[in-house]
Design a protein around this ligand. Structure first.
Ligand SMILES: Cc1ncc(COP(=O)(O)O)c(C=O)c1O
Length: 396
């Protein structure tokens, strides 16, 4: 969600005019952002990256996932999630989501096999996954939880342990700050963790040459990787965006409360249902999800409201992940995890019908978008459109 004001322009101007566009030894914006974002989330470490895909890859390699390992991913996510697993040399195992649009805890547990090392819950559209259940199952099977919070920036989950920021609950979390995300610097990302060893390894993925800038006393003997360093311009924008995010989330949550109170439940006089929500409250409230009995009702509602049927986003369903489904997992046969001897025992037979339940749920769910700059009149107009759409014969 691109929301930028004079403050971002001023912050960038200062960096450019000061000539401090490199993070080590010259600038202070990335380090400042990392410290502040870690504090905002309640984690020990935060490492800025060039993208969310880089952040996920660094999280996985940081957690020592590699060839010979399976990582469970949901059928509904951007392809970057399974791509990051492959970039680490491991194999993604794709499982169903449930009606909450998050990974189904039962499907996750049923998919655990001898090679399963990690699971990636993805907080799609800022909707928290069922973290209480997922953490319990993961604990039972000694599996790492790596949160893909790329779409969950600024959102939180309220579970049995109280309120926790999305991305801070598992062993490692990854964020994206690309153009479409709640906080944006055009392109960017971050990895967060409380585990020092994981942070050291992730840092090595993000910048394997860092020791040149940082001093060689570092006791950690690193390894070679591609690198995904962030720039001070991005850091400067993110420092302003971080001041902006709590207010944005609060405004969208307030708008969502109004929308729900007036469109769902007996007092609304509509048959509309909200998709089940994990946790007592929270999330990012960027999208309100309405669920229907069949795809025809969802289509009619979406068209009338100006919403999106989730199966039609064109990029968030496993059936769209051609390179993954076709086992094009790397740029060279020897670098393709699907061809590696170490992965011979991993499960990698995919087909487009394997998660039919997810396809059914996504074809029956419609997202309606909120915006922090919506006025009361905008919200009223949106509610009116939803109420009108609910009266259509195809919907009710
Ligand atoms: C769920 C999810 N994971 C990962 C990513 C990858 O982030 P980036 O585009 O910054 O690489 C995205 C970005 O759209 C995403 O939505």
């Amino acid at each position: 969600m691109y929301t930028v004001g004079r403050e971002e322009v001023e912050a960038v101007r200062e960096v450019l005019e000061g000539g401090k566009v490199f993070r080590y030894g010259i600038g202070a914006q990335c380090s400042r952002f990392e410290e502040r974002y870690a504090e905002f989330l309640g984690t020990r470490f935060c490492l800025q990256t060039a993208s969310g895909t880089n952040a996920l890859t660094a999280a996985l390699i940081g957690a020592q996932i590699g060839p010979g390992d399976e990582v469970i991913v949901p059928a509904c996510t951007y392809m970057a999630t399974p791509i990051a697993v492959l970039a680490a040399g491991a194999i993604p195992v794709i499982v169903d989501i449930n009606e909450s649009i998050g990974i189904d805890p039962q499907a996750f547990e049923a998919a655990v096999g001898p090679r399963t090392r990690a699971v990636i819950p993805v907080h799609m559209w800022g909707l928290p996954c069922d973290m209480d259940e997922l953490m319990k199952i993961a604990g039972r099977h000694n599996i790492l939880v790596i949160e893909d919070a790329c779409q969950g920036v600024g959102g939180y989950y309220v579970g049995s342990g109280g309120k926790a920021m999305l991305g801070s609950i598992g062993t490692v979390g990854a964020f994206s700050f690309n153009y479409y995300k709640n906080m944006t610097c055009g392109e960017g990302g971050a990895v967060v963790t409380n585990d020092e060893r994981i942070a050291e390894r992730a840092m090595c993925v993000i910048d394997p040459c860092r020791f040149y800038w940082d001093g060689r006393e570092n006791t950690f003997a690193g390894f070679v990787s591609n690198g995904a360093r962030a720039s001070e311009i991005e850091g400067a924008i993110l420092n302003v965006q971080l001041d902006r995010i709590p207010g944005m989330i609060e405004r969208m949550q307030a708008e969502q409360r109004t929308i729900l109170a007036r469109t769902v439940g007996p007092q609304s006089g509509t048959p509309l249902r909200r998709a089940p929500f994990n946790g007592a409250e929270g999330g990012c409230a960027t999208h309100t999800m309405y669920q229907f009995d069949d795809a025809a009702a969802a289509d009619a509602f979406a068209e009338s409201v100006g919403g999106t049927v989730l199966i039609k986003t064109g990029r968030h369903v496993y059936t769209e992940w051609d390179p993954v489904l076709d086992h094009r997992g790397g740029p060279h046969p020897a670098l393709n995890p699907y061809e590696m001897e170490a992965n011979r025992e991993c499960r990698m037979d995919y087909d487009r019908e394997m998660c039919r339940r997810s396809l059914d749920i996504l074809s029956r769910t419609v997202s309606v978008q909120s915006h922090p700059e919506h006025t009361q009149a905008d919200t009223d107009a949106l509610v009116d459109r939803i109420l009108a759409a609910a009266k259509q014969p195809a919907v009710s």
